[in-house]
Design a protein around this ligand. Structure first.
Ligand SMILES: [Zn+2]
Length: 96
């Protein structure tokens, strides 16, 4: 089970040099806006907000891959794409 909150995440307004990444009932994160780097902070907040959707799509891609279709399948039998994507999924998920 993932330890993250469920989202969905949206990008909020910039307030006092931070951009909020919000969930319906709470603030999930604050992205610090360094002087002269507003666009970079906005891009970071947008990536953060999109991350759950990206992760979900990546899991579907691995699940639907014809190499084995099972994340628990022995990794030496997976295609290179699934092996790489499972490492990305593991990086994104902190197992409780
Ligand atoms: Zn595969």
């Amino acid at each position: 089970m993932s330890a993250r909150t469920p989202g969905p995440f949206t990008v909020g307004e910039m307030v006092r040099q931070t951009i909020r990444v919000e969930e319906p009932e709470r603030t999930a994160a604050l992205v610090l806006v360094e002087p002269g780097r507003v666009r970079q902070a906005e891009a970071t907040a947008a990536l953060f907000a999109a991350a759950p959707d990206l992760l979900a799509r990546l899991k579907v891609r691995v699940k639907d891959c014809p190499c084995c279709g099972d994340p628990d399948f022995p990794t030496e039998l997976m295609c290179d794409e699934c092996r790489t994507d499972l490492a990305v999924i593991a990086k994104a998920e902190v197992r409780a």
